[in-house]
Design a protein around this ligand. Structure first.
Ligand code: SF4
Ligand code: SF4
Ligand code: SF4
Length: 422
């Protein structure tokens, strides 16, 4: 198998094809701390792309309650168990976090789904360690929604100190998911007909249904279970990253790149999506004033989902601050503690960048900050905090200003003429 560089793992890894990178990559950051599981994102995608016959079970965008929920049921537990069985006690991180863009979480010493397959499966059986979910596992997208964890060993009772931060003893959180448009897609690697491809202009991973013969190798291989089989057409389908919007070819866009349907619909304002520049080695090229680059590589508050799978996913999450760290570390890697520390005591710049989420449906390529007056001083988590009412300005594809907003939310007082007008 060829060797490719995986910057999230801080090392080279085996992958069935030679590395080829797009000039720009579709990427997104979801702030889990803000998600309210309203499912507006889920329904925005459903009503746009998967409302037809045969697509009843297709939820390209879904929001599941962790730790018990999942769509399909137990998707992450099952693949984690398979990796553990392939490499008992070896799925660990080591090394030191690097300062630069490669290896910011240390080095993963275990096996990815590609490496575990090479060791445990026959060359003809599969190139990727995976499994095919049962029909029953695809049945219940909202299973265990809002079901929290209680005290260990005590059923049906929440922990009485569950309300105390920083880590709750009773807890759950909402994990919003779409296809990660991975840099090393497992779906693409597994397809025997090469019906899946990654676009060179934006890294969006698409599945050509005219080439697909429904072998479901992609469904088996994707560790995130984001390709889905459609029985009445006997082909597989997946999230298309709303590419006509990202391209600016959808009539609604007016020719300017626009964020996807699931991003635009987000009520909790947890989502930001964009296109990042890719360096020759597949890592993100330095782009200091790009909001996604800032969140992932400078503020280091946003982390990849299960980076140890090895697909180099392009979806990033600001982890929930109330959840036991051990659970979060197995899900987002060893960068969790630093990410939460930086999020709960945000720098002046981070606080401003967090205001960019969902002020517009246009893709942001760059931001600038204009400094404003100090509006608060106090102590938070034992640290001195100063908040400034800075203005953050978002720019679009050609450097045109899209919007500007402030850290302090403006207050509008309704004139008296409207009193009792309902
Ligand atoms: S998340 Fe799954 S379907 Fe999407 S690109 Fe990665 S491997 Fe393929
Ligand atoms: S990016 Fe578009 S196609 Fe993909 S999950 Fe979101 S709305 Fe659906
Ligand atoms: S629309 Fe936003 S807040 Fe609502 S469930 Fe989806 S990600 Fe969460």
């Amino acid at each position: 198998m060829p060797t490719v560089k995986n910057w999230q793992l801080g090392r080279d890894m085996a992958y069935p094809y030679d590395a080829r990178f797009p000039s720009r990559q579709f990427a997104f950051v979801f702030n889990i701390n803000r998600c309210i599981a309203c499912q507006s994102c889920t329904m925005a995608c459903k009503s746009t792309w998967t409302f037809s016959k045969g697509q009843e079970h297709m939820w390209w965008a879904n929001v599941e309650t962790k730790p018990y929920g999942g769509y399909p049921k137990w998707w992450d537990v099952k693949i984690l168990e398979k990796l553990e069985a392939a490499n008992p006690d070896g799925q660990v991180w080591g090394g030191q976090p690097a300062d630069g863009r490669v290896g910011p979480y240390g080095a993963f010493e275990g096996q990815t789904i590609f490496e575990a397959a090479a060791r445990t499966l026959s060359p003809d059986s599969a190139r990727v360690l995976g499994y095919l979910p049962t029909d029953e596992e695809w049945n219940s997208p909202n299973i265990y929604e809002d079901n929290p964890v209680g005290k260990r060993g005590v059923r049906n009772k929440l922990d009485e100190t569950g309300e105390q931060l920083p880590v709750h003893k009773s807890w759950f959180f909402y994990l919003a998911r779409i296809c990660n448009h991975c840099s090393y897609p497992a779906c693409l690697a597994a397809c025997p007909r090469q019906a899946i491809y990654k676009r060179p202009e934006d890294g969006i991973v698409l599945l050509d249904q005219s080439e697909c013969r429904g072998y479901r190798k992609c469904v088996e291989a994707c560790p995130y279970k984001k390709t889905m089989y459609r029985g009445n057409t006997r082909t597989s389908e997946k999230c298309i990253a709303c590419y006509p919007r990202v391209e600016g070819t959808d009539p609604e866009t007016g020719g300017e790149p626009m964020e996807t349907r699931c991003m635009e619909a987000c009520i909790g304002q947890i989502r930001m999506q964009g296109l990042v520049n890719v360096a020759e080695d597949g890592s993100w090229a330095e782009d200091r004033q790009h909001p996604l680059y800032f969140l992932v590589h400078v503020a280091k508050v946003a982390l990849p989902l299960y980076p140890q799978f090895g697909t180099q996913p392009n979806g990033y999450y600001i982890p929930p601050r109330w959840v036991p760290r051990a659970y979060l570390r197995q899900m987002f890697g060893p960068g969790v503690d630093r990410a939460i520390d930086n999020y709960v005591s945000p720098s002046r710049e981070l606080l401003a960048v967090l205001q960019l989420f969902r002020r517009s449906n246009r893709i942001i390529y760059k931001y600038e900050i204009q400094e404003g007056p100090k509006i608060y001083e106090g102590v938070l988590h034992g640290r001195k905090v100063e908040i400034y009412n800075d203005t953050v300005i978002a720019f679009g594809q050609h450097g045109r200003e899209i919007f500007r907003t402030t850290v302090e939310e403006p207050i509008h007082v309704r004139p008296n003429t409207h009193a009792n007008s309902i």
